[in-house]
Design a protein around this ligand. Structure first.
Ligand code: TRP
Length: 386
């Protein structure tokens, strides 16, 4: 099922060019908003290219994306990424999903219950419609050859460019007084191995992940130049950004499981109702969509709109003058109906844990086969196949 680029013949010994300098990344001074706008435009083009090619050449756009197994997935994950993965899979895009267990230890000392979190992710993937026949679901730690790619990749980046990665800086700031670990600093390189081991061409990501993708592209380019005498061992992947607006938690701040402001996919309908009932709103009876003056109300309208496939303004009109209580009833119903099928499939799947675990084992085996092929190519071009 997998296609690998033709293995280039190993170059003559010592073609690596020991004196070749690592090049600086492209334009570190371009403002993030400009990069983001460009990436958004390109994502729209990519989406239509996928549509065009799906019928003819579905595997052209192999994609990889992933999640950190830090806890249960919530509605934000569902609306912004999970639904989209299933949509792309169903168009014939060959899909890889990494459960990024090595990324959990980038910024914390204890990993929590990793086994349970990983299992919960697989359940949600399957319940959402990822099909293990079409999608390879795997964990970092089970794929040694992927992890080994990090070594040559690390040789292609400078500490200066790692240190200025804005997402790493943000994550460091969020981890309190914790010092920067070597893994937090270098995890974007590890993430490049996630993307490149399977020759993924598109990477559905959130805005915060764009710097990592840029680094992945540099690594691909530099690898080809420095170690493969210009042969294209790795193609440069592209970001596919979601057009789902940023969703906030029920208290109007960033969604975060530790703040208890999220509705999880696995929650029951009653738990969902409770969570929405506790959501912050305002006392204005007439419900209007005004993200600036009424951000919490606007967020709930957006949430309902995404589940109902309607604009937030249309939802506001339907609620009319029924105030916060009317709004909350509408949102609760939208979420519960939107997730009903997912939740019942999840409960069904959880009846057979061995089956769920088998999906992961199968995915790990497939990812290992792909990673071993890529690593063999890498060792060959680097003159390391003894
Ligand atoms: N860092 C990503 C996140 O926190 C998860 C992830 C791991 C990922 N490896 C990836 C995303 C590779 C895209 C590609 O959401």
């Amino acid at each position: 099922m997998t296609t690998t680029p033709t293995t280039p013949a190993p170059p003559p010994a010592a073609s690596a060019g020991a004196d070749q300098r690592v090049t600086q990344p492209t334009s570190p001074n371009v403002p993030e908003s400009v990069t983001y706008a460009t990436a958004l435009e390109r994502s729209a083009v990519l989406d239509s290219l996928i549509d065009d090619s799906a019928a003819r050449d579905p595997q052209r756009f192999r994609m990889l994306t992933g999640d950190r197994p830090t806890g249960p997935l919530h509605v934000g994950h569902y609306l912004a990424s999970l639904r989209n993965r299933v949509r792309l899979q169903d168009k014939g895009v060959e899909t890889f999903v990494v459960i990024a267990d090595y990324q959990v230890i980038t910024d914390r000392d204890s990993v929590g219950n990793l086994g349970e979190n990983v299992y919960g992710l697989v359940l949600d993937y399957l319940a959402a419609g990822l099909d293990p026949k079409l999608t390879t679901i795997f964990t970092h730690s089970a794929v040694p050859a992927l992890n080994q790619l990090m070594l040559p990749f690390l040789s292609l980046v400078t500490d200066a460019e790692l240190r200025r990665n804005p997402t790493v800086k943000d994550e460091l700031a969020l981890s309190g007084s914790r010092p920067l670990s070597g893994l937090l600093l270098t995890y974007p390189v590890h993430q490049a191995a996630d993307v490149l081991f399977c020759h993924s061409r598109i990477v559905p990501v959130g805005r915060d992940q764009l710097p990592h993708l840029e680094l992945t592209r540099s690594i691909a380019r530099r690898f080809n130049t420095r170690y493969a005498a210009g042969q294209s061992v790795f193609a440069e992947p592209e970001a596919l950004l979601s057009d789902v607006p940023l969703l906030l938690g029920t208290d109007g701040t960033k969604m975060s499981k530790s703040k208890g402001n999220v509705v999880n996919l696995r929650d029951t309908a009653d738990e969902t109702a409770q969570r929405i009932r506790a959501a912050r709103t305002d006392s204005e009876r007439q419900i209007t969509f005004d993200p600036v003056a009424r951000p919490e109300v606007a967020n709930l309208l957006t949430l309902a709109g995404l589940f109902l496939d309607q604009s937030p303004e249309a939802i506001a009109d339907q609620v009319g003058n029924r105030g916060a209580a009317g709004l909350k009833a509408t949102v609760t119903e939208a979420i519960n109906e939107g997730l009903a099928a997912h939740r019942s499939r999840r409960v069904e799947l959880a009846r057979d844990p061995a089956q769920v675990t088998a999906v992961l084992h199968q995915g790990n085996a497939r990812a290992n086969a792909v990673a071993q092929r890529t690593l063999a190519t890498v060792r060959a071009v680097m003159g390391m196949a003894y």
